[in-house]
Write a protein that binds this ligand. Structure first.
Ligand SMILES: Nc1ncnc2c1ncn2[C@@H]1O[C@H](COP(=O)(O)OP(=O)(O)OP(=O)(O)O)[C@@H](O)[C@H]1O
Length: 232
């Protein structure tokens, strides 16, 4: 689904990603791991087009995506991005936040599927509540739901468990498993909560200072080996 080859990224003169090559396949959770500051969020920004890469190739479902492809065009091509910190609109209602997910799909598909409320029942209950009045965990659920409304083929999740209470972490884990089992979506999960990531992951990519130091299936990634590679 997604294939990256020799991807580089800079902020001004400072180079953060140094030739990243990796893939993400439908029906699988690819965990992107590494200590703080290795470039995980920057890589998701490059894939989602929210910060243009400086070089390398990106291919989505067989189509080359030039490096100046806009975030909007990538969203239309099937990339759903749930950024770190969620970025929900605090003054808009839950319903309005969900409706912002319509921006990248044809008008004929502008409705909130029942599946969204089956996955996140709390959102149905709080449809008229302002986004900013939800708890952190509920905001995270809203951010994931909003991304799902655009029916992504590739879902990018940046630290979905950060600052969230254990019962909602468990629910988010169940949603990720459900989406994986549907089989048509590739999922890239950036996650510092090691056990959560190791439990969900089918494939593990570890970064160190903007370079890939590990890229293997779960069968070829013993827990202790990965833990050592992604620990300070
Ligand atoms: N907008 C920016 N301008 C300049 N440097 C930045 C910017 N955003 C991130 N960086 C730097 O790029 C490097 C990689 O940051 P990034 O957020 O991608 O890492 P990360 O692996 O996601 O870390 P974390 O787990 O802390 O989120 C860090 O050194 C960071 O300070």
């Amino acid at each position: 689904m997604l294939s990256l080859s020799d991807l580089t990224l800079h902020y001004g003169h400072s180079q953060i990603l140094h030739g990243i090559s990796m893939q993400a396949k439908p029906g699988a959770v690819t965990c992107l791991m590494g200590t703080n500051g290795v470039g995980k969020t920057s890589l998701l920004k490059a894939i989602s087009g929210t910060h243009a890469r400086s070089g390398g190739e990106m291919n989505i479902e067989g189509n080359d995506m030039p490096k100046n492809t806009s975030a909007h065009a990538l969203a239309r091509a099937g990339v759903g991005y749930v950024p770190q910190g969620r970025d929900i609109f605090p003054l808009m209602t839950v319903k309005e936040n969900l409706e912002t997910g319509f921006a990248c799909i044809p008008k004929s598909e502008w409705h909130i599927p029942d599946e969204i409320f089956e996955l996140f029942p709390i959102l149905k209950q709080f449809l008229a509540r302002r986004g900013g009045d939800l708890s952190g965990g509920q905001q995270q659920q809203l951010a994931i739901a909003r991304a799902l409304i655009a029916k992504p083929k590739l879902l990018l999740l940046d630290e979905p468990t950060e600052g969230i209470q254990p019962n909602i972490i468990k629910q988010i884990g169940e949603v990720i498993k459900y989406l994986r089992e549907k089989g048509d979506m590739a999922i890239i999960l950036v996650e510092q909560f090691f056990d959560f990531a190791y439990d969900l992951g089918d494939h593990f990519v570890a970064l160190e200072r903007g370079r890939v130091i590990h890229d293997a299936t779960k069968a070829d990634t013993p827990r202790d080996v990965l833990l050592q590679k992604v620990s300070v």
